[in-house]
Design a protein. Structure first.
Length: 44
């Protein structure tokens, strides 16, 4: 399984990018400041 790091993954466009990567089989790690929480991202 390929792995990737998304910086700012909970901002306005982050959930779309993260979910797209997950659906394509990536193991995604997210680096964020905690300023946004995103219910659209599973297991966060």
């Amino acid at each position: 399984m390929p792995r990737t790091l998304v910086v700012g993954g909970t901002g306005p466009t982050g959930p779309h990018i993260v979910n797209g990567l997950i659906h394509r089989g990536f193991d995604v790690s997210i680096l964020h400041t905690g300023a946004h929480e995103s219910p659209e991202i599973p297991e966060m």
